[in-house]
Design a protein around this ligand. Structure first.
Ligand code: DHB
Ligand code: FE
Length: 265
């Protein structure tokens, strides 16, 4: 038997879809084009490609749902760290790495970055021990590891666990802006709307800790050309960061400092 919530959500979707069709006097041909787009997204999707999610994302739906779901995590500087969309490229079981390790392998032309900070309780400021940071980002060619046969499996991904001081440090790359895959229905929609497929350079995180609400988020490079024009609408002010030039560290040319603030349940 359908739950009241399911009845409400599906019923309302039907009502809005009917209103939308009436308002626009949708023709059979237009409706069929929409059906074909949905079918094409399904045909393109597998473990490595989530076209249905990409379509939702260029329509702004994942970012809207993120905003609705996590509205309590505000963009204020003393609030818990703001959330941002998961996107289609997270993989489970990224390798667990020792604090201070690098997630970069086999990439010569990257801007190596020393990223560090602390995970704290946003109310008390206390460091959180045993917090896990799951990080992933693209290579300089704009591809995540699972999109790119030239990268080692699980490259540019890792899970790091904080000790007593709640601190973390990770060697990664300063990422670049890149287009979301636009050779399918999501790209078609962008093209029909005269929109570009670029996302500003970003690094993804899922931060979890026992007793705390998990945070799915991304941080964005302030200097990126697309910082105010993300194809999937995920940028929030408090998630914009500065990569500072770093001297005297043979392992990195940039430094990035960022703290994560978690809230208890
Ligand atoms: C999307 C999100 C990403 O983080 C990304 O790298 C590419 C696409 C998306 O929301 O569709
Ligand atoms: Fe991404």
């Amino acid at each position: 038997k359908a739950s009241p919530r399911i009845r409400q959500v599906i019923g309302s979707a039907i009502q809005h879809l009917h209103d939308w069709a009436r308002e626009n006097e949708l023709t059979v041909d237009e409706w069929m084009a929409g059906v074909e787009l949905i079918n094409e997204a399904g045909r393109m999707s597998d473990d490595r490609r989530n076209e249905g999610q990409l379509v939702c994302d260029v329509l702004g739906l994942e970012s809207l749902v993120d905003e609705i779901t996590y509205k309590l995590a505000t963009d204020a500087s003393d609030a818990p760290t703001a959330s941002a969309i998961l996107g289609p490229f997270w993989r489970k079981d990224a390798p667990q790495r020792a604090m201070g390790d690098t997630i970069v392998s086999g990439i010569e032309n990257g801007d190596n970055t020393w990223m560090h900070g602390q995970v704290t309780d946003y109310l008390t400021g206390k460091p959180i021990e045993g917090a896990e940071l799951d990080i992933w980002h693209t290579a300089p060619n704009g591809l995540y590891e699972q999109q790119d046969p030239d990268q080692p499996d699980m490259n540019l991904r890792g899970r790091f666990t904080t000790g007593k001081d709640g601190k973390y440090e990770i060697y990664c790359l300063r990422p670049t802006s890149y287009p979301i895959p636009f050779d399918g229905p999501a790209g078609k929609i962008l093209q029909l709307l005269d929109r570009h497929p670029y996302r500003p350079a970003h690094i993804h995180f899922i931060v979890t800790a026992p007793g705390y609400k998990p945070i799915v988020t991304q941080i964005f490079d302030r200097r990126d050309k697309y910082i105010t024009d993300d194809a999937v609408f995920a940028v929030k002010n408090s998630l914009i960061v500065d990569f500072e030039p770093l001297k005297g560290n043979p392992k990195a040319d940039f430094e990035l400092s960022y703290d994560f603030r978690l809230a208890t349940y």
